[in-house]
Design a protein around this ligand. Sequence first.
Ligand code: GRF
Length: 214
Amino acid sequence: MPCNVVVLISGSGSNLQALIDSCTHDDNPARIRAVISNRADAYGLQRAQQAGIATRVLDHKHYDGREAFDAALIEAIDAHQPDLVVLAGFMRILSPGFVKHYSGRLINIHPSLLPRHKGLHTHQRALEAGDTEHGCSVHFVTEELDGGPLVVQAVLPVLADDTAERLASRVHQQEHRIYPLAVRWFAAGRLRLGAQGAMLDGQPLPASGHVIRT
Ligand code: GRF
């Protein structure tokens, strides 16, 4: 059975591209049915169009508040009957009602080793904190911002001569590896959100999620 996926973006969409590429493999049950952006100029929209995927722009500035925007967003997403909604650089805080509506079928990628460095400017903050390791995390989305149960993390060493840009670029490469992996697990029915947290193949994942070291 194919797994209907809707991807939400706001920008470049390099993670979206990694997902598009991984869906070209015959054994991947994930099917990206639509890409929705809150910004008309998001480059990821072009990536989707080039791959023949339906796109839609919903500009949050045209709505009277977060609740109204999120209600419209739910309608646009649900038109594609999603099994999974993937946040790929979608720069909006989602209302509790939205998160609840997609409970267990909403995932996000964050450029840090959560729970460290929630929020923005994660690479700079990892350097400033003197972290020896940094990376990225895929997690189920719950009402706590950047706080839901972890699915998979890629861990990489911080190098002595790292700048925020260099670190960001290495982390991004790993994002492109772990996000397709997580989506594939979900699409294959291997990954789900249980009452106690993320489960893979019927077993609870550790609090850090599945860890990949590079
Ligand atoms: C990524 O760093 C992701 O972790 C964060 O937003 C960024 C999106 O990048 N949530 P891209 O648009 O996929 O290139």
